[in-house]
Ligand binder design. Structure first.
Ligand code: FES
Ligand SMILES: [Fe+2]
Length: 444
């Protein structure tokens, strides 16, 4: 596709002069918008470092840190005493303890090992508590300067907590040059009126390669075969393997593919947008008019461990009570968990992972509708070679693997939540049936 055509598509999709269009032009890694005024926009600029949605704001309980890892690095997020979000390395700068088992007291983080407290800027506020004679009494000031939390930039956007992951946490967050622009991850930037939607979400943990899950979510063909019996759409089933016309575009910040029915009435089936490094948006029609929107955020916890936040947005009723009634969240959760369990069967046995190298041309055969997948692997290969994120916090056979287990807190690895949801679903279903029957009997 020639340069003018790509620019034309960008303008149509994003609206000439829109925020995102300006963002696209100014978000190159050089940070100098004048450098590439007419740069070919068919290549993604974003790599594997930058802004990631790491959890939903709902997961962050009052005075309770949320622990996770990114590319093997143990991290946590919490709210300080001003309710400002903080993302810190999960490592006490005194003697290297994890903050798991610690607490947030009066908005300050307290280490469970010797009780060091840290202010929101990351400074230790009770150094006297941990500087006993046996430590460094004669070098107090020097020591005090070193006791400092290491942090990443952290923001809340659209009920998500985003962190700016660079692989190198800093004691001072001022003057950090942002690798990419968080606006390019925002749903509103692309025209979705998020304030008009109600959403439901689940979070799932997988023992498999992060990049493979993204590939799965970009793959349209498996929907019919793997999820045909689960997705509540009569057009999506094993007997109806549809063929699509695909219109695929790439620019600096996204790959997008529109799928239209080839044989039917040429109507649109779905659009899939990939916003690197970890966000996928699935919807239908123009963003401003789309009544349904699925957002998937992928978090690379460790090698062969990944987390996905899945949100389904729906726009049909403003009344929250009625929306909840119609959406019947437990039933939605049940479907989400079932879909992921189906994917997991495939995902954990797929041979590719980060340690085993990229797919070579003679290993697999990408077919027509796999174009999006090919574009994705092209980006992934370049981005991995450039950023080498797995080399930032490398592991070897001596690495403490305790985080491997502690990370796995959501289904399908931890199926307690899924079972709890089923129990709750049964109870609520029974109530919905029994209460009206009871009322009718009482009237009679
Ligand atoms: S290791 Fe945290 S206070 Fe000592
Ligand atoms: Fe799937």
């Amino acid at each position: 596709m020639d340069e003018d055509r790509v620019q034309q598509i960008n303008n149509i999709k994003l609206g000439k002069g829109s925020t995102i269009n300006k963002t696209l032009q100014s978000s190159s890694k050089s940070g100098n918008p004048k450098e590439e005024p007419h740069a070919p926009s068919n290549q993604l600029k974003s790599g594997l470092l930058g802004w990631y949605a790491v959890c939903s704001i709902k997961e962050l309980e009052e005075d309770k840190p949320y622990f996770f890892t990114m590319y093997n690095e143990p991290l946590m997020v919490y709210k300080d005493k001003d309710s400002t979000l903080r993302c810190i390395k999960d490592l006490c700068p005194h003697r290297g303890a994890s903050f798991r088992g610690g607490e947030i007291k009066d908005g300050e983080l307290v280490c469970p090992y010797h009780g060091a407290r840290f202010s929101s800027t990351g400074k230790c506020t009770n150094l006297g508590r941990i500087t006993c004679n046996h430590i460094v009494d004669n070098n107090y000031n020097n020591y005090a300067a070193k006791i400092h939390l290491h942090q990443y930039l952290c923001k809340e956007v659209g009920d998500y907590i985003f962190i700016h992951y660079t692989g190198s946490a800093k004691t001072n967050l001022e003057n950090i040059e942002e690798i990419d622009n968080i606006e390019t991850k925002s749903l509103d930037t692309y025209g979705f009126k998020t304030n008009e939607y109600a959403y439901e979400e689940v979070i799932v943990d997988f023992k498999c390669d992060w990049s493979r899950i993204i590939e799965n979510h970009l793959d349209i063909l498996h929907l019919f075969w793997v999820h045909g019996d689960t997705i509540p759409d009569t057009d999506v089933n094993r007997d109806v393997i549809t063929s699509f016309n695909q219109e695929i575009t790439r620019d600096n910040n996204q790959i997008e593919s529109k799928y239209k029915h080839k044989d039917k009435d040429k109507s649109e089936f779905i659009r899939i947008k990939f916003l690197p490094p970890g966000r996928i948006i699935i919807y239908k029609g123009q963003p401003e008019e789309s009544r349904y929107l699925q957002v998937l955020d992928h978090i690379p916890l460790e090698r062969n461990q990944a987390r996905v936040i899945v949100r389904h947005y729906r726009r049909f009723l403003k009344n929250k009570f009625l929306t909840d009634l119609i959406l019947f969240k437990n039933l939605q959760h049940r479907i989400f968990y079932k879909v992921f369990a189906e994917d997991y069967l495939i995902l954990r046995t797929q041979t590719f992972n980060e340690q085993m190298g990229y797919i070579e041309k003679d290993n697999v055969k990408l077919l027509g509708e796999d174009k999006m997948i090919q574009y994705y692997w092209d980006w992934f290969k370049n981005a991995t070679n450039e950023d080498k994120p797995w080399q930032l916090h490398p592991r070897n056979e001596y690495t403490n693997t305790v985080h491997d287990e502690l990370n796995m807190i959501y289904p399908p690895e931890n199926d307690a939540l899924a079972k709890k949801n089923i129990r709750s679903l049964i109870v609520k279903l029974a109530l919905r049936v029994l209460v009206p029957i009871g009322v009718v009997i009482a009237i009679l």
